[in-house]
Design a protein around this ligand. Structure first.
Ligand code: SF4
Ligand code: SF4
Length: 385
């Protein structure tokens, strides 16, 4: 979506919605909800299609922008399930996605000063104060594997999640085991995905331009990401925002690990039998289409059995981490709890994911005694190689 977009730009596509609610739930015969808001209130209003009707009502002056509308728009977790299901909206000639319309709604809410309290307000205040949402994350590649001439560059910007420390340590250990030299991209600035999702677009353009100016000289190299949000935003949204963007070679760390196992550069040791269930993060799976690499990595670990949750791959259920509005009380935590219940049904010992936000979110709602049952895939692989 161009940053100059307004609700008018999503009007035509929104008006094509059939109100079929197909975007809200998964395949037959289970027909389980995929939209976390719809999971709480199974009615059309609380689905991707409902958001489109809300956009139309705002455009036609049937309702006015209010704090309540902002809280509702920020209650969408940006999980992308609705767009993966709906065949109608994006096929309209304007090629708008449902999530584009929701983001524009959040953008309009922010312009009018309707920011939900809590995390959204904290992000907004920080962005207003500093023009950025970035900070140093302490990720430092050891000298023995770091090489500024290497063709592979680790993108280590983002520092917003608590899980990052453990994931960074495991990543460094694994890179040392693999032994190939890598460079590091660490400019201590946000890639912009958080600002984009939540409608803080005034500050976004300069930040994205500055980031791209630093990346551009390295664009012949392969960028490796461990945060799917950064990867999806740079690969898919930078081209929409930056006229001079040209595609970059990119890989998620799970793909690099899968290649390392295949090439014999990483070997599993025998560490006992264990059952794990893999949670597809929304932006790695539906966002980037990376479903197989994490499963190949789990499959390469001796003694590890993968048991799938009912909702998996493109029909995965969100962890709820990016639900910032409180239109529906406790929606973020309840979404994670619903996913944990589904995990427990599998009988698996560990819940594995490949996004720092998912790990944080699941650990947040897990009982204290079970928090160590949630791990990033990087940590599991480090323990067993
Ligand atoms: S957004 Fe698409 S899937 Fe959802 S109700 Fe409208 S037409 Fe149906
Ligand atoms: S992006 Fe996810 S939470 Fe938001 S409306 Fe679509 S399915 Fe629901």
């Amino acid at each position: 979506m161009k940053l100059a977009a307004t609700l008018e730009d999503v009007k035509a596509a929104s008006s094509t919605c059939l109100r079929c609610s197909w975007c809200a739930y998964g395949p037959w015969p289970e027909n389980l909800p995929l939209c976390p808001i719809y999971s709480r209130f199974p009615s059309f209003t609380f689905s991707g299609g409902g958001f489109l009707f809300l956009a139309l009502a705002l455009l036609e002056g049937k309702i006015e922008f209010s704090q309540s509308i902002a809280d509702f728009a920020f209650s969408c977790s940006s999980c992308n399930a609705c767009d993966t299901k709906c065949n109608v909206i994006h096929s309209h000639k304007s090629h708008v996605y449902i999530l584009d319309a929701i983001r524009v709604m959040r953008r309009e809410a922010v312009k009018r000063g309707f920011i939900p309290d809590g995390v959204a307000r904290k992000i907004y205040d920080e962005v207003k104060k500093t023009g950025d949402y970035g900070r140093a994350n302490g990720f430092k590649l050891p000298d023995k594997i770091r090489s500024d001439n290497a063709n592979t560059v680790f993108f280590t910007e983002c520092a917003h999640s608590k899980s990052r420390k453990g994931i960074a340590e495991a990543t460094i250990n694994l890179l040392e085991k693999i032994g190939s030299p890598v460079g590091q991209f660490a400019e201590k600035g946000c890639c912009g995905s958080t600002l984009y999702d939540f409608g803080f677009w005034d500050e976004l353009e300069p930040l994205v331009k500055a980031n791209w100016a630093k990346m551009k000289p390295m664009k012949g190299k392969k960028f490796v990401f461990f945060d799917p949000h950064c990867q999806e935003f740079i690969v898919k949204r930078y081209p929409e925002i930056l006229p001079d963007f040209s595609p970059i070679k990119n890989q998620h760390f799970s793909q690099l690990l899968a290649d390392a196992f295949k090439g014999g550069r990483l070997k599993s040791k025998n560490s006992g039998k264990i059952k794990v269930s893999y949670h597809d993060p929304c932006y790695l799976g539906r966002g980037l289409g990376i479903f197989d690499a994490p499963r190949e990595v789990v499959g390469a670990l001796k003694g590890v059995e993968l048991v799938e949750m009912v909702r998996n791959r493109e029909n995965s259920f969100c962890c709820g981490a990016r639900t910032l509005g409180d239109y529906v009380p406790n929606l973020s935590e309840d979404t994670a709890r619903e996913r944990i219940k589904e995990f427990e049904v599998t009988g698996a010992d560990l819940l594995i994911t490949a996004c720092p936000y998912c790990k944080d979110q699941f650990q947040r709602v897990m009982p204290a005694k079970d928090k160590t049952r949630v791990k990033d895939m990087t940590e599991l692989v480090d323990e067993r190689t």
